[in-house]
Design a protein around this ligand. Structure first.
Ligand SMILES: C[S@@+](CC[C@H](N)C(=O)[O-])C[C@H]1O[C@@H](n2cnc3c(N)ncnc32)[C@H](O)[C@@H]1O
Length: 226
């Protein structure tokens, strides 16, 4: 699958220098707060995965979410297209499974993992068909479902970005999408969206949204007792 020009920014993660400094963004008080907000939103999204024990984290980057799953006793596998990011992940997190792989063609059989997790990728990809190809692959390798994050357009920073683009103060409008577009796109993979988990509780403060999407045959909660 060809990546369009707007996806070139994904290539920066192949650089050893970028990989080595990637985790700095989660340091300092605002970096830590951003990371904690995302981890909290993921904790809430995981409530839909009762009984799940294995996760494929792709792209895993430097292993940001390894501990979230290891601390819950899940079998964790991280995959990423950039070996530089995987090198940092291995050094930082130790011996878990770290695999070089492209999200358009993952080296796993169908339904190999209970959950497929995809964080901080979709907003970097302007090509909708490529995003759909990623989603199809996430759906294929997962048994229960997928957690994926997007940028949604009902947020102050998106409105500001749009205004700056209009005034010529930035090159492109932010790549944020309406929630209904995100739902359609995610459901193009055959999954059903069960929840949009906002990363911040106050409306309009964050453009980040975590989407929980399950395979249609999977009930989202245990069946009620008779
Ligand atoms: C912004 S980082 C996100 C990493 C991690 N999920 C996090 O939240 O820190 C984006 C990652 O996507 C990886 N990537 C880009 N294109 C990919 C592809 N087609 N398949 C797998 N990984 C890809 C990059 O190598 C990079 O590590």
């Amino acid at each position: 699958m060809a990546h369009d020009k707007s996806d070139d920014k994904l290539a920066i993660y192949r650089s050893g220098e970028v990989a080595a400094s990637y985790d700095r963004r989660w340091r300092g008080s605002s970096g830590r707060a951003r990371d904690q907000r995302k981890q909290r939103a993921l904790g809430r999204a995981l409530e839909h995965f009762d009984g799940a024990r294995s996760v494929l984290d792709v792209p895993c980057g430097t292993g940001r979410f390894h501990d979230l799953f290891a601390s819950r006793g899940w079998r964790y596998c991280g995959a990423d297209a950039a070996s530089a990011m995987l090198t940092v992940a291995r050094e930082k997190c130790g011996t878990s499974n770290w695999i070089a792989g492209d999200l358009t063609r993952l080296p796993f059989a169908d339904r190999s993992f209970d959950l497929a997790l995809c964080i901080r990728l979709m907003h970097l990809v302007r090509d909708e068909r490529l995003r759909e190809a990623f989603l199809a692959e996430l759906a294929r390798v997962s048994r229960i479902g997928v957690i994926v994050d997007y940028r949604q357009d009902q947020a102050l920073r998106v409105w500001l970005g749009n205004a700056r683009a209009k005034l010529g103060l930035r090159a492109k409008r932010p790549g944020a999408l309406p929630l209904e577009h995100i739902r359609r796109e995610v459901e193009s993979s055959g999954l059903a969206v069960r929840e949009f988990v906002p990363v911040r509780r106050v409306p309009y403060l964050s453009d980040k949204i975590v989407v929980v999407a399950l395979h249609r045959a999977t009930p989202s909660a245990p069946a009620p007792r008779p």
